[in-house]
Design a protein around this ligand. Structure first.
Ligand code: NAD
Length: 419
């Protein structure tokens, strides 16, 4: 459960953050016009026969924000609140994210407005296949490569890969990443986002001279990114004192036993009812005194109404867009160190890139090899962003956007993309 403030349109926020970075970089109006807006936007109707025999019409989108530095890359979200503006924002962030970690992709995103928790596996499979065929003209291993996002997973990717391959007559694993291992998925992809969050949090702790061992952490959202980030923090002897999912927030001042909590969530489908933990309100979770706060649910979790109450030293943005620009300003003033989403959660797309490379090469890498490469990329990107923050006296978010936007702006100029 969250205190989602829902106060801002995420696409407006993405454009505002872009402008701030573009101003700091001194980008010309021509370059801004070329890289600011999505290149392609597709909205599709997805008719699905439901278990009761009725046809239900879902609406879906696929947005390619940029293909300047490589194929569009980005996840597919199934959620009742998916809107075209949300998908545009997420696609925009993907462009800067791939650029911050310097992998050869542009940015894309997709989504279907639906309530996946109320749908059967069969309904989800039919919807996924129909959505895939509707966005087929856009996707492909050299054009646009989807991956999982909120309420989609490796099974969803397997259905997309199969539907796409059926139209070609042979298997094409490289059309999606985040696949099951037996279908060409990469070792380590499942924990990649959380590992990236962990590696950048380690770097932030080093910078702030804060010991991870014995620190207090709070995690909002206990899905793929949040639960594994909690597990990695727990393994590093950080006390994860509170976590939440869409139904409840739980707290134990001595620290939650995260492996046992993961088993509880796996068994019951929720964090609620975990022995030894008390239930708290969503607004209490975000205001809890701690060293590391990991928002790992949805956008706009912290805005102008609740930013003043946040009491943490570090915010590690596992989620995309959890802070509004108003919250950024309030938290910066309070001295909170923010690891912005396009840097913090870039581990997922980085290992997606490794998966795509392995699919293209038909050669698979060892798990430890993947983690070593990931750690190197994440820590290098963190150091690059931190350097700009210090030298140019910018907020971490603006510094990260300056790295991301700057590289795309260079690519536009080098390609000579002006008429
Ligand atoms: P997920 O579907 O696995 O988990 C989402 C979690 O958030 C669930 O535990 C759900 O119960 C919880 N949640 C939903 N609404 C909530 C609310 N209002 N308050 C509290 N918790 C709530 O999704 P995920 O893949 O872990 O994605 C989470 C965030 O991380 C999203 O912003 C996503 O875009 C971002 N992200 C994910 C990846 C990835 O590889 N999975 C990569 C980059 C960024």
């Amino acid at each position: 459960m969250s205190a989602n403030v829902g106060e801002r349109n995420p696409h407006e926020i993405a454009l505002e953050n872009f402008d701030r970075a573009a101003d700091a970089l001194g980008l010309s109006a021509d370059v801004r016009e070329m890289i600011k807006y999505p290149e392609r936007v597709l909205t599709v109707t997805v008719p699905v026969r439901m278990a009761d025999g009725q046809i239900h019409r879902f609406e879906g989108h696929r947005v390619q924000h940029s293909t300047i530095r490589g194929p569009a890359k980005g996840g597919i979200r199934y959620h009742p609140n998916v809107t075209l503006d949300e998908v545009k924002a997420l696609a925009t962030w993907m462009t800067w994210k791939c650029s911050v970690v310097n992998i050869p992709f542009g940015g894309g995103k997709g989504g279907v407005t639906c309530s996946p928790k109320e749908m059967s596996q069969d309904e989800l499979e039919r919807m996924t296949r129909r959505y895939t065929s509707a966005i087929l003209p856009l996707i492909g291993p050299q054009q646009d490569i989807p991956a999982p996002d909120v309420y989609t997973n490796s099974q969803t990717m397997a259905w997309i890969m199969d539907t796409y391959s059926m139209t070609k007559g042979f298997p094409i694993p490289g059309v999606v990443t985040g696949k099951p291992i037996s279908l060409g998925g990469s070792l380590g992809r499942n924990e990649a986002t959380a590992r990236g969050v962990f590696y950048t949090t380690q770097s932030a702790c080093e910078h702030l001279k804060l010991a991870l061992n014995g620190s207090k952490a709070v995690v909002q959202g206990f899905g793929n990114a949040g639960s594994i980030a909690a597990q990695l923090l727990h393994r590093a002897q950080s006390n994860v004192i509170a976590v939440s999912d869409s139904r409840a927030c739980i707290y134990n001042k001595k620290g939650l036993d995260i492996p046992k909590l993961m088993a509880h969530k796996e068994k019951t489908g929720a964090v609620k009812g975990f022995p030894g933990a008390e239930i708290i309100k969503p607004e209490e979770l975000l205001a809890m005194e701690c060293d590391i706060l990991v928002p790992a649910a949805l956008e706009n979790a912290i805005g102008s109404q609740n930013a003043g109450k946040v009491r943490t030293k570090i915010i590690a943005e596992a989620a995309n867009g959890p802070l509004t620009p108003e919250a950024d300003k309030i938290l910066e003033k309070k001295g909170v160190f923010i690891i912005p989403d396009i840097l913090c959660n870039a581990g997922g797309v980085t290992v997606s890139y490794f998966e795509w490379v392995q699919n293209e090469q038909h050669l698979f890498w060892e798990e430890q090899d993947i983690y070593n490469r990931l750690e190197k990329i994440m820590k290098r990107a963190f150091a690059e962003v931190l350097k700009i923050r210090i030298e140019r006296k910018q907020m971490m978010r603006t510094a990260a956007n300056m790295v991301g936007v700057g590289r795309v702006a260079d690519a536009v100029k080098l390609r000579g993309l002006f008429p």
